[in-house]
Ligand binder design. Sequence first.
Ligand SMILES: N[C@@H](CCC(=O)N[C@@H](CS)C(=O)NCC(=O)O)C(=O)O
Length: 220
Amino acid sequence: MPVLYIGNKNYSSWSLRPWLALTWAGIAFEERVIPLGGPGYGRGRIAEIRAVSPTGRVPALDLGELVIWDSLSICEWAAETAPSAGLWPTDAAARAICRSVVCEMHSGFGAMRRDLSMNLRRRTTPKEWPNDTADDLARVDELWRATRARFGGGGPFLVGARTIADAFYAPVVTRLRTYGVPLSPEAAAYSAAVLADPAFRAWEAAAEAETWTMPGIDAL
Ligand SMILES: N[C@@H](CCC(=O)N[C@@H](CS)C(=O)NCC(=O)O)C(=O)O
């Protein structure tokens, strides 16, 4: 059975994405959590992770004959392994937009990721963000509104039904909740749909039960 190596569920945003995609696709897998933090963290030098992932980072999916690293590659493998699961939309235009918004997340939003670390258990009050972070947050709201307005007629997710795009923005939904970021009504409705998803709720319950803490992130 494939083994998905992930970080702490409270903190590891990159791990949540393929975990959702595999779960939504109904692919059986075993998960193994490796705690983040400690010596080598942030440099891909945690020894326990380096033993299972060539980058020293999670997520990594061990298929026995090969290891797939990187959140997006694992989601792509899930889409190819379970083509009928609809992890990418069948409509070509919706699929192209899903890939655009996934790539935008995978390669961008650096300021938001710097200032609003994923921390599922935490709640803070709204505050003023640096300009680059505020720009990222405004772009997220705009991206969700525009995608839903054009493609979201068939359901509550970005292009209606759940896709890899929703897996990629699920950690962002939790960040906006953690840090009390004000949302447009459309973005708030989209967030509520993600937060109500049964697979997401299972991950969240496990995160709440974890006892590891990363004090640096809790101080942000
Ligand atoms: N581009 C990678 C990023 C993976 C990543 O940065 N993972 C973090 C945890 S969320 C990690 O393993 N950090 C350990 C380290 O940096 O030492 C992906 O999409 O999978």
